[in-house]
Design a protein around this ligand. Structure first.
Ligand code: CTP
Ligand code: MG
Length: 236
Protein backbone atom coordinates (compact mmCIF):
# COMPACT_ATOMS: atom_id res chain seq x y z
CA UNK A 1 0.00 0.00 0.00
CA UNK A 2 1.44 3.42 -0.87
CA UNK A 3 2.46 5.69 1.98
CA UNK A 4 0.19 8.57 2.88
CA UNK A 5 1.37 11.59 0.89
CA UNK A 6 3.31 14.12 2.92
CA UNK A 7 2.80 17.87 2.71
CA UNK A 8 5.76 20.12 1.88
CA UNK A 9 5.00 23.82 2.37
CA UNK A 10 6.99 26.24 0.23
CA UNK A 11 7.08 29.92 1.07
CA UNK A 12 8.38 32.04 -1.80
CA UNK A 13 10.28 34.88 -0.14
CA UNK A 14 12.83 35.88 -2.74
CA UNK A 15 11.15 39.02 -4.06
CA UNK A 16 12.36 42.60 -3.88
CA UNK A 17 9.13 44.24 -2.79
CA UNK A 18 9.40 46.90 -5.51
CA UNK A 19 5.85 48.19 -5.09
CA UNK A 20 6.40 48.60 -1.35
CA UNK A 21 9.12 51.14 -2.14
CA UNK A 22 11.34 50.25 0.82
CA UNK A 23 15.02 49.34 0.50
CA UNK A 24 14.40 46.32 2.73
CA UNK A 25 12.59 43.48 0.89
CA UNK A 26 9.05 43.56 2.28
CA UNK A 27 9.15 40.01 3.69
CA UNK A 28 11.61 41.35 6.28
CA UNK A 29 9.76 44.58 7.14
CA UNK A 30 8.71 44.71 10.79
CA UNK A 31 5.09 43.73 11.29
CA UNK A 32 3.58 43.22 14.74
CA UNK A 33 7.06 43.00 16.21
CA UNK A 34 8.41 40.39 13.79
CA UNK A 35 9.73 40.29 10.24
CA UNK A 36 6.68 39.89 7.98
CA UNK A 37 7.53 36.37 6.85
CA UNK A 38 7.79 35.17 10.46
CA UNK A 39 3.99 35.19 10.64
CA UNK A 40 3.59 33.12 7.46
CA UNK A 41 6.15 30.58 8.66
CA UNK A 42 4.56 30.46 12.09
CA UNK A 43 1.05 29.76 10.78
CA UNK A 44 2.20 26.92 8.52
CA UNK A 45 4.58 25.37 11.06
CA UNK A 46 1.70 25.24 13.54
CA UNK A 47 -0.27 22.92 11.26
CA UNK A 48 0.45 19.37 12.39
CA UNK A 49 -0.19 17.79 8.99
CA UNK A 50 2.50 19.91 7.29
CA UNK A 51 5.79 18.03 7.46
CA UNK A 52 8.25 20.61 6.12
CA UNK A 53 8.10 24.40 5.77
CA UNK A 54 10.65 25.70 3.31
CA UNK A 55 11.36 29.40 2.81
CA UNK A 56 12.80 30.14 -0.63
CA UNK A 57 15.15 33.09 -0.33
CA UNK A 58 17.19 35.04 -2.82
CA UNK A 59 20.70 33.60 -3.30
CA UNK A 60 21.82 37.14 -2.37
CA UNK A 61 19.66 37.35 0.77
CA UNK A 62 21.58 39.10 3.56
CA UNK A 63 18.70 39.31 6.03
CA UNK A 64 17.67 35.79 6.99
CA UNK A 65 20.72 35.25 9.18
CA UNK A 66 20.13 38.50 11.05
CA UNK A 67 16.88 37.27 12.60
CA UNK A 68 16.16 34.76 15.30
CA UNK A 69 14.15 31.82 13.97
CA UNK A 70 14.91 29.59 16.94
CA UNK A 71 11.29 29.75 18.12
CA UNK A 72 10.39 27.46 15.24
CA UNK A 73 10.36 23.69 15.25
CA UNK A 74 12.91 21.85 13.15
CA UNK A 75 10.51 21.46 10.26
CA UNK A 76 11.46 24.95 9.06
CA UNK A 77 14.35 25.41 6.65
CA UNK A 78 15.68 28.03 4.26
CA UNK A 79 16.78 27.46 0.66
CA UNK A 80 18.80 30.26 -0.94
CA UNK A 81 17.46 29.33 -4.35
CA UNK A 82 15.11 32.12 -5.46
CA UNK A 83 14.77 32.91 -9.15
CA UNK A 84 13.84 35.92 -11.25
CA UNK A 85 10.09 35.44 -10.81
CA UNK A 86 7.89 33.96 -8.12
CA UNK A 87 7.21 30.91 -10.30
CA UNK A 88 10.92 30.36 -10.87
CA UNK A 89 11.59 30.60 -7.14
CA UNK A 90 9.03 27.84 -6.49
CA UNK A 91 10.34 25.78 -9.45
CA UNK A 92 13.90 25.99 -8.10
CA UNK A 93 12.75 24.77 -4.70
CA UNK A 94 10.91 21.85 -6.31
CA UNK A 95 14.05 20.86 -8.17
CA UNK A 96 16.02 20.84 -4.91
CA UNK A 97 13.36 18.63 -3.31
CA UNK A 98 13.75 15.99 -5.99
CA UNK A 99 15.48 13.44 -3.77
CA UNK A 100 13.13 14.05 -0.86
CA UNK A 101 9.65 14.32 -2.33
CA UNK A 102 7.57 11.52 -3.82
CA UNK A 103 5.57 12.29 -6.99
CA UNK A 104 2.28 12.14 -5.07
CA UNK A 105 3.39 14.24 -2.10
CA UNK A 106 1.54 17.50 -1.79
CA UNK A 107 3.26 20.86 -2.24
CA UNK A 108 1.47 23.73 -0.57
CA UNK A 109 2.71 27.15 -1.68
CA UNK A 110 2.01 30.20 0.46
CA UNK A 111 3.39 33.72 -0.11
CA UNK A 112 5.66 35.23 2.51
CA UNK A 113 3.67 38.38 1.74
CA UNK A 114 0.41 36.92 3.14
CA UNK A 115 1.33 37.01 6.81
CA UNK A 116 -2.24 37.18 8.14
CA UNK A 117 -3.19 33.63 7.15
CA UNK A 118 -4.96 31.87 9.99
CA UNK A 119 -3.83 28.38 10.97
CA UNK A 120 -7.51 27.33 11.03
CA UNK A 121 -7.97 28.49 7.43
CA UNK A 122 -4.96 26.42 6.32
CA UNK A 123 -6.45 23.39 8.08
CA UNK A 124 -9.84 23.96 6.46
CA UNK A 125 -8.12 24.26 3.07
CA UNK A 126 -6.25 20.97 3.65
CA UNK A 127 -9.52 19.25 4.63
CA UNK A 128 -11.06 20.34 1.32
CA UNK A 129 -8.10 19.59 -0.93
CA UNK A 130 -6.27 16.59 0.42
CA UNK A 131 -8.45 14.05 -1.37
CA UNK A 132 -8.85 16.11 -4.54
CA UNK A 133 -7.49 14.57 -7.74
CA UNK A 134 -6.10 17.92 -8.96
CA UNK A 135 -5.48 20.21 -5.97
CA UNK A 136 -6.59 23.78 -5.60
CA UNK A 137 -6.35 27.23 -4.12
CA UNK A 138 -7.96 29.68 -1.78
CA UNK A 139 -9.78 32.51 -3.53
CA UNK A 140 -12.34 35.22 -2.82
CA UNK A 141 -15.38 36.05 -4.92
CA UNK A 142 -15.16 39.57 -6.34
CA UNK A 143 -17.19 42.05 -4.35
CA UNK A 144 -16.56 45.22 -6.35
CA UNK A 145 -17.94 46.08 -9.77
CA UNK A 146 -15.20 45.46 -12.28
CA UNK A 147 -14.21 48.03 -14.90
CA UNK A 148 -11.75 47.90 -17.74
CA UNK A 149 -10.24 51.33 -18.34
CA UNK A 150 -8.32 52.66 -21.32
CA UNK A 151 -4.91 53.13 -19.70
CA UNK A 152 -3.98 56.31 -21.56
CA UNK A 153 -7.34 58.00 -21.01
CA UNK A 154 -8.19 56.75 -17.52
CA UNK A 155 -11.73 56.34 -18.75
CA UNK A 156 -13.94 53.31 -18.43
CA UNK A 157 -14.23 51.29 -21.60
CA UNK A 158 -16.49 48.59 -20.19
CA UNK A 159 -17.95 46.92 -17.14
CA UNK A 160 -17.02 43.27 -16.83
CA UNK A 161 -19.64 40.98 -15.28
CA UNK A 162 -18.17 39.58 -12.11
CA UNK A 163 -20.13 36.31 -12.11
CA UNK A 164 -17.75 33.45 -11.65
CA UNK A 165 -14.74 35.73 -11.06
CA UNK A 166 -12.48 35.08 -8.09
CA UNK A 167 -9.36 36.73 -6.68
CA UNK A 168 -6.72 34.05 -6.20
CA UNK A 169 -4.99 33.88 -2.83
CA UNK A 170 -2.53 31.42 -1.35
CA UNK A 171 -2.16 28.72 -0.09
CA UNK A 172 -2.38 26.75 -3.30
CA UNK A 173 -1.66 23.02 -3.24
CA UNK A 174 -0.83 20.49 -5.94
CA UNK A 175 1.00 17.16 -6.22
CA UNK A 176 4.78 17.43 -6.40
CA UNK A 177 5.17 15.84 -9.84
CA UNK A 178 2.28 17.78 -11.39
CA UNK A 179 3.43 21.12 -10.02
CA UNK A 180 7.01 20.53 -11.07
CA UNK A 181 5.98 19.72 -14.63
CA UNK A 182 3.56 22.65 -14.69
CA UNK A 183 6.16 25.20 -13.56
CA UNK A 184 8.82 23.81 -15.87
CA UNK A 185 6.43 24.51 -18.73
CA UNK A 186 5.21 27.87 -17.47
CA UNK A 187 7.82 29.26 -15.05
CA UNK A 188 6.49 32.81 -15.26
CA UNK A 189 2.96 31.89 -14.20
CA UNK A 190 1.89 34.34 -11.51
CA UNK A 191 0.49 31.55 -9.39
CA UNK A 192 0.72 27.76 -9.25
CA UNK A 193 -2.87 27.32 -10.37
CA UNK A 194 -2.18 29.13 -13.66
CA UNK A 195 0.65 26.72 -14.44
CA UNK A 196 -1.55 23.70 -13.59
CA UNK A 197 -4.43 25.12 -15.66
CA UNK A 198 -2.03 25.29 -18.63
CA UNK A 199 -1.69 21.49 -18.33
CA UNK A 200 -5.44 21.29 -18.95
CA UNK A 201 -6.42 20.62 -15.32
CA UNK A 202 -9.05 22.49 -13.31
CA UNK A 203 -7.86 23.43 -9.81
CA UNK A 204 -10.48 23.37 -7.06
CA UNK A 205 -11.51 26.74 -5.61
CA UNK A 206 -11.92 26.97 -1.84
CA UNK A 207 -13.27 30.21 -0.42
CA UNK A 208 -10.59 32.08 1.57
CA UNK A 209 -10.92 35.07 3.89
CA UNK A 210 -10.57 38.76 3.24
CA UNK A 211 -8.20 38.88 6.21
CA UNK A 212 -5.71 36.82 4.19
CA UNK A 213 -4.48 39.96 2.42
CA UNK A 214 -1.37 40.21 0.30
CA UNK A 215 0.87 42.97 1.59
CA UNK A 216 1.93 44.77 -1.58
CA UNK A 217 1.91 48.53 -0.99
CA UNK A 218 3.00 50.55 2.06
CA UNK A 219 -0.66 51.31 2.80
CA UNK A 220 -1.27 47.56 3.33
CA UNK A 221 1.10 47.42 6.33
CA UNK A 222 -1.18 49.03 8.93
CA UNK A 223 -4.08 46.87 7.74
CA UNK A 224 -1.97 43.73 8.20
CA UNK A 225 -0.91 45.00 11.65
CA UNK A 226 -4.56 45.37 12.63
CA UNK A 227 -5.47 41.91 11.43
CA UNK A 228 -2.53 40.35 13.27
CA UNK A 229 -3.36 42.30 16.43
CA UNK A 230 -6.91 40.98 16.32
CA UNK A 231 -5.67 37.41 15.83
CA UNK A 232 -3.50 37.90 18.90
CA UNK A 233 -6.61 38.74 20.91
CA UNK A 234 -5.97 42.49 21.09
CA UNK A 235 -9.21 44.39 20.41
CA UNK A 236 -9.21 46.61 17.32
N1 CTP B 1 8.76 36.15 -4.80
C1 CTP B 1 9.80 35.22 -4.94
N2 CTP B 1 10.68 35.32 -5.99
C2 CTP B 1 10.56 36.32 -6.88
C3 CTP B 1 9.50 37.25 -6.77
C4 CTP B 1 8.60 37.13 -5.71
O1 CTP B 1 9.92 34.31 -4.12
N3 CTP B 1 11.45 36.41 -7.85
C5 CTP B 1 7.86 36.04 -3.65
C6 CTP B 1 7.77 37.31 -2.82
O2 CTP B 1 8.85 37.37 -1.89
C7 CTP B 1 6.40 37.21 -2.19
C8 CTP B 1 5.60 36.38 -3.19
O3 CTP B 1 6.53 35.82 -4.10
O4 CTP B 1 6.40 36.54 -0.95
C9 CTP B 1 4.54 37.21 -3.91
O5 CTP B 1 5.16 38.17 -4.73
P1 CTP B 1 4.94 39.74 -4.65
O6 CTP B 1 3.89 40.07 -3.65
O7 CTP B 1 4.82 40.25 -6.04
O8 CTP B 1 6.32 40.23 -3.96
P2 CTP B 1 7.51 41.00 -4.66
O9 CTP B 1 7.78 40.44 -6.02
O10 CTP B 1 8.64 41.00 -3.68
O11 CTP B 1 6.95 42.48 -4.77
P3 CTP B 1 6.91 43.43 -6.07
O12 CTP B 1 6.18 42.66 -7.15
O13 CTP B 1 6.21 44.66 -5.60
O14 CTP B 1 8.36 43.68 -6.42
MG1 MG C 1 6.28 40.56 -7.56
Amino acid sequence: MPNTPRIFAIIPAAGQGTRMGDALPKQYLPLAGRPMMFHSLEALAAVGRIDHVIAVLSPLDRHWGAHDWSAFPEKIEALFAGGATRGRSVANALELLETRAQPDDWVLVHDAARPCIAKALVEQFLDEIDDDPVGGLLAMPLADTLKRAEPALMRVAETIPRDGLWRAQTPQMFRYAVLRRALERLPDATDEAQAVEALGQMPRVVQGENANIKVTFAEDLPIAEMILARKGGVPL
